[in-house]
Structures are given as structure tokens and as C-alpha cells.
Design a protein. Structure first.
Length: 217
């Protein structure tokens, strides 16, 4: 079981679906989101690495937005391919969301990543055996968008409910998960987490540390 005493994050309902590239849509102002300031270890990161995440949901999809400060050189592919998933994307600059739709089994969850280039990754994970089993053939149907500014990056995802292998949520439902950012390179590379995993070294795949996503009107 995940620790349900961990923080909760509300996902706000919207009546009308958004295009994934519509980052200026007023619907994003309906939720305050949360600013993530700590590394996986619980130590506070520099301000220039903080990022804010906003979550929305509609009858057909979950929407995720990352507004990331960017005061250092980007670590991205020089030949990005947005037509297929980019395995190994986590080795470059990236924002991630892990989602476990069943509060009784957080060890089965889904990972979605988006890079400042718009590159993406989706994978289904199963840790119930004690080993991490990754389904690289998993296809969520997710869409992504990214825009690089002078000192920030905006990245968005649109994930259809079909991606989770179950009907979409109802108001009041709770799912589990976590939010992350990898930024920089070398010894100074940073691994930020909404719910710090508190592992000895950087590690994100710790369902016991998942927080709760609450679907609200």
C-alpha cells in the first residue's frame, strides 16, 4: 500500500477538451497547481530548477502541464523524434508523472514523460513480483507539446483514459502517483520529486512514497 498520509493533489474537472498545444487556454487557470522544490532526497533544490505542475481532467482525458524554470543549458537530443516513444529519455532533461489507478495496488502503475523538445515516453510498470517489469510495447495514445522560452520551458501531456485499462474516474475518486523532473547533467544533475522518495541514491520507482491524486469538480 502507498502511504495515504502523503500529500494530496487535486485534479480539476473541465467540461471541454483541450488541444494539447493549447497552453494559453484559460482552463489552466482553474487550478493553482503545485510548485515542486525538492530533490528525491528531500533536500531543497535551487530556485532555478523548480517546476510547477497543473492537472486537469475531462470525460475523455487527463491533462498534465509542467512549467519549469530553465536557467542552465538544456540537455536534449539534437535530433528529436516526436513520432515514436524515446526510450532512454530519462537520461536527458525531462518531466514525468507516475499514475497508479488502483489505490489498493500502487505497484502497478504507468509512467509518462515529456521533454523540452516534445519527445515523449510511455511505459506500464509492474513491481508486484519484487522485480520491476516494464512493458515497452505499451501504447497509451498520449499526446505532448513543449515550448522553450528564454528562462523557462512549458510542457504538456494529454492522456486518454483508455491508457489506464479501466473507465475514467468519477468526481471524488482517488488515484496515486508522483511527479518528477530530471535536469542538468554530470555530477550536478538534479532529480526533483513532488513526494521525495528518500532513497540512498536518486530513484523514482518507489510506490510506497506515492501521493494521492483527487479528482474534483
Amino acid at each position: 500500500m502507498a502511504n495515504l498520509d502523503n500529500a494530496h493533489l487535486d485534479i480539476t474537472f473541465i467540461e471541454n477538451d483541450l488541444a494539447v498545444a493549447d497552453a494559453a487556454n484559460a482552463a489552466w487557470t482553474r487550478t493553482d497547481g503545485i510548485t515542486i522544490e525538492k530533490y528525491w532526497s528531500g533536500k531543497r533544490s535551487p530556485n532555478e530548477r523548480h517546476f510547477t505542475t497543473r492537472l486537469l481532467w475531462s470525460a475523455s482525458a487527463m491533462y498534465v502541464r509542467f512549467d519549469a524554470a530553465q536557467a542552465e543549458p538544456l540537455v536534449v537530443s539534437d535530433r528529436p523524434d516526436v513520432t515514436a516513444k524515446s526510450v532512454g529519455l530519462w537520461d536527458r532533461d525531462v518531466c514525468e508523472i507516475f499514475v497508479a489507478p488502483d489505490v489498493n495496488e500502487p505497484r502497478r502503475y504507468f509512467e509518462f514523460e515529456v521533454a523540452p523538445t516534445g519527445e515523449w515516453l510511455d511505459v506500464a510498470l509492474d513491481l508486484t513480483s519484487g522485480e520491476r517489469i516494464s512493458d515497452w510495447k505499451y501504447s497509451s495514445g498520449m499526446e505532448t507539446f513543449a515550448a522553450i522560452g528564454p528562462d523557462s520551458v512549458v510542457m504538456t501531456m494529454k492522456i486518454p483514459w483508455e491508457a489506464f485499462g479501466k473507465p475514467g474516474p468519477k468526481t471524488g475518486d482517488v488515484w496515486l502517483g508522483n511527479l518528477f523532473r530530471c535536469v542538468g547533467e554530470g555530477e550536478d544533475r538534479g532529480y526533483l520529486a513532488w513526494q521525495p522518495t528518500l532513497t540512498t541514491g536518486p530513484a523514482f520507482h518507489v510506490p510506497e512514497r506515492f501521493g494521492a491524486f483527487r479528482f474534483v469538480e
